[in-house]
Design a protein around this ligand. Structure first.
Ligand code: C5P
Length: 234
């Protein structure tokens, strides 16, 4: 996973498919993953996933399915059949719920003839200052067979220690000196990568910037520097 673009997910927190597609296209030179969250999905529906795939980017369905295991499994199967690269579930739902999501997603992808997607467990929202539930939720994710977790940069070390098999998708990313908005546990792109993040979720640090391309370039440069430090080449 040497290509920085493949590590960067752009949070498309916008109100419609046209706007999302335009934003993803404009920033595709820097972002190889498009994240579809609740607002966009509620407005545009699942067709937006196909439109984003049409741009040649991977799709992270940030839909946080949380329900009884049977319901989560069925919903995940539908999303898997359509084809996404990532889907997530709140780890607070427990091991059985997460395992149902993992299975449904994999089955759906198989039925649709897609490459196996990654099932991620959301540990503690990056907007919450108190991460005391983290370890228990990480253990649910590991026991359920998830491929990775969504966590803040501050918990990556714990993931590496307790469950090194799990990948880390890290939101709460802010450029140095940038506003936090509603996020509590934030880090710069370079910081998160240096701590060992696999993928970064970047939203307002780029989408709310006066010059989005310049902000995207700054994120990429910060990541490149950190990767070089991580591999000891600088
Ligand atoms: O604009 P900002 O960079 O804060 O956006 C972060 C994105 O990541 C939002 O779309 C938010 O829904 C999502 N997210 C998060 N924390 C999580 C899971 C998802 O901020 N734990």
């Amino acid at each position: 996973m040497s290509d920085i673009r493949e590590r960067l997910a752009l949070a498309l927190d916008v109100g419609g498919a046209d706007e999302a597609e335009a934003l993803a296209r404009r920033l595709a030179p820097w972002f190889g993953i498009a994240k579809v969250g609740m607002e966009l999905y509620a407005e545009a529906g699942p067709d937006v996933i196909d439109r984003l795939h049409g741009l040649g980017v991977a799709v992270f369905a940030d839909l946080k399915f949380y329900d009884i295991p049977n319901t989560v499994e069925r919903a995940a199967r539908v999303v898997g059949r359509r084809g996404v690269e990532f889907l997530n579930f709140p780890a607070a739902g427990g091991t059985a719920m997460l395992a149902a999501g993992v299975e449904g997603l994999a089955e759906g992808a198989r039925a649709g003839g897609h490459t196996p997607p990654k099932a991620l467990a959301v540990t503690v929202l990056t907007s919450e200052a108190d991460a005391s539930a983290f370890d228990a939720r990480l253990d649910h994710a590991a026991a359920a067979g998830c491929d990775g977790v969504v966590c803040s940069a501050h918990e990556i070390a714990t993931v590496k220690e307790r469950s090194p098999r799990l990948g880390t998708m890290v939101p709460g990313i802010r450029l140095a000196g940038g506003g936090r908005h509603d996020q509590a546990r934030v880090a710069t792109p370079g910081d998160a990568i240096e701590r060992g993040a696999d993928w970064l979720v970047v939203g307002r640090a780029v989408t709310a910037a006066a010059d989005r391309e310049a902000a995207a370039e700054a994120v990429t440069r910060d990541v490149a520097d950190a990767l070089a430090r991580r591999s000891g080449t600088r």
